[in-house]
Design a protein around this ligand. Structure first.
Ligand SMILES: C[S@@+](CC[C@H](N)C(=O)[O-])C[C@H]1O[C@@H](n2cnc3c(N)ncnc32)[C@H](O)[C@@H]1O
Length: 432
């Protein structure tokens, strides 16, 4: 199917924010789609033999979906059982060489909401030293002391040669800023805000994270979900960087962008140690980076109206998904993006069954990583529902949705970059 020159509506594919929960439920087995569009011919039966083969394939798929559905139901029951008990599922403990960290104290199944928390301090608009100290002094005494107990590794300009205790002794207000700089997260609400949390701020970084942290507007705060099953005593980790599809060196450089905030070099299983770097993983992540860049380039060209070989793009995206799996990155933002694009590319090349499979996978990952009260889940579930219902008749919507999504991602990237740069304003701390 040629997709480069087609005129498209600017309706977002499947986007709706006010969808009912009924619409979000899976709508039974996938029906084979017949199409009067010859570009969809891979899914349209041409003879009785094709018909029989297609029915068999559909039946197999149906059984596969039923099994998956039963497995999901069982998992969901497990995570709900955990959420229903008041017993803590994690604790804050020393994490060798990393300060403190969060550790599971019992088995945490994938998809469990590990924590849901409101910000201790939130600053919006132009965030500078003044707004952070003002927010701090607005806290009750017990919260101020809990805040000051958070990590404050940050070294501000001009103080490289002063030891950490002395730095904070000399300039107490400086410690307030340093705690903020070490722990803030950037959140997209109706505006961009920078926040510090008491518990979520204890999460350490890994390039093979087992949890995902996000802002959830339904709870007006951070939520953290297990994206893998987590064993008792295992550390709960998240990724501090936007993408994990980079080689080791670049990932560690990313941790220092746009300014050094955290002062550590990651030694997770994907990084290895300085003396024994994990070269196999490094090669895989470099490959992922190249693939991702190629995908972005192709997509940008496509947005600008050039022709793109979607068959090749689809093959590359499928490879990307495979490598992400082998790197244990299922459920991460990178993985969700990869399956989303793989679904789009499959759809555009006429492989609707694959498009459905990838979309189902995306929905499952979003369910585990963000849960059903997130806007993202509601959107993806609605997209899957529409894909199931309307199959091949969505071409325009799919293409338009893809373009809107790509443009939005690029803008979001720029906004986040600006937010990070804005915070460099805190460099002026020594003038307090
Ligand atoms: C947001 S805090 C995380 C919690 C912190 N460890 C604590 O004790 O409160 C960020 C700091 O944790 C440490 N950290 C996080 N991830 C790490 C890692 N993978 N290796 C070493 N240190 C890490 C760094 O000192 C960083 O400045």
């Amino acid at each position: 199917m040629s997709s480069s020159s087609r005129q498209v509506d600017v309706t977002e594919f499947g986007h709706t924010d006010d969808i009912s929960m009924d619409e979000l439920t899976i709508q039974g087995p996938v029906a084979p789609f017949a199409s009067d569009d010859d570009t969809m011919s891979t899914t349209a039966p041409e003879s009785a033999a094709d018909d029989v083969a297609l029915n068999r394939a559909t039946k197999r798929r149906q059984q596969h979906y039923e099994k998956q559905k039963a497995r999901r139901k069982e998992k969901r029951a497990q995570t709900q059982a955990i959420a229903a008990t008041d017993a803590p599922i994690f604790e804050v403990r020393d994490a060798a060489g990393k300060g403190k960290g969060l550790f599971a104290i019992r088995h945490i199944p994938r998809g469990t909401r590990i924590l849901s928390e409101q910000a201790l301090i939130a600053c919006s608009g132009f965030v500078g030293n003044g707004s952070v100290t003002k927010a701090f002094y607005g806290l009750p005494a017990d919260k101020r002391s809990a805040y000051m107990d958070l990590d404050c590794k940050t070294v501000l300009p001009g103080e490289q040669d002063i030891s950490e205790p002395l730095r904070n002794q000399l300039l107490p207000a400086r410690a307030i800023i340093a705690v903020f700089q070490t722990n803030f997260v950037v959140e997209q609400t109706h505006t961009l805000r920078m926040t510090v949390y008491l518990q979520a701020s204890r999460l350490n970084h890994s390039c093979v994270p087992n949890a995902l942290a996000s802002y959830n507007s339904a709870v007006a705060g951070q939520v953290v979900h297990a994206i893998h099953d987590i064993k008792p005593d295992e550390e709960i980790t998240i990724s501090y960087i936007q993408s994990l599809e980079y080689g080791r060196q670049t990932r560690n450089n990313e941790l220092k962008q746009p300014v050094e905030r955290w002062f550590f070099t990651c030694e997770c299983e994907a990084c290895g140690t300085k003396d024994r770097p994990n070269e196999t993983s490094d090669a895989m992540r470099e490959r992922l980076n190249k693939m991702r860049m190629n995908v972005y380039k192709s997509m940008s060209r496509w947005i600008e109206g050039s022709c793109v070989d979607f068959q090749r793009l689809k093959a590359m995206l499928e490879k990307r998904v495979k490598i992400l799996r082998s790197e244990h990155l299922i459920g991460t933002r990178d993985f969700i993006e990869a399956v989303k694009y793989a679904s789009w590319a499959s759809y555009i090349t006429g492989d609707i069954l694959k498009a459905l499979e990838y979309k189902q996978c995306e929905k499952e990952c979003v369910l585990h990583g963000f849960d059903c009260d997130s806007k993202l889940y509601q959107r993806v579930a609605a997209e899957l529902g529409r894909l199931r219902r309307d199959g091949p008749n969505l071409t325009k919507d799919v293409e338009a949705g893809l373009k809107v999504h790509m443009k939005r991602s690029l803008e979001e990237g720029k906004r986040r970059m600006l937010a990070g740069q804005r915070f460099v304003a805190l460099e002026g701390v020594l003038e307090l």
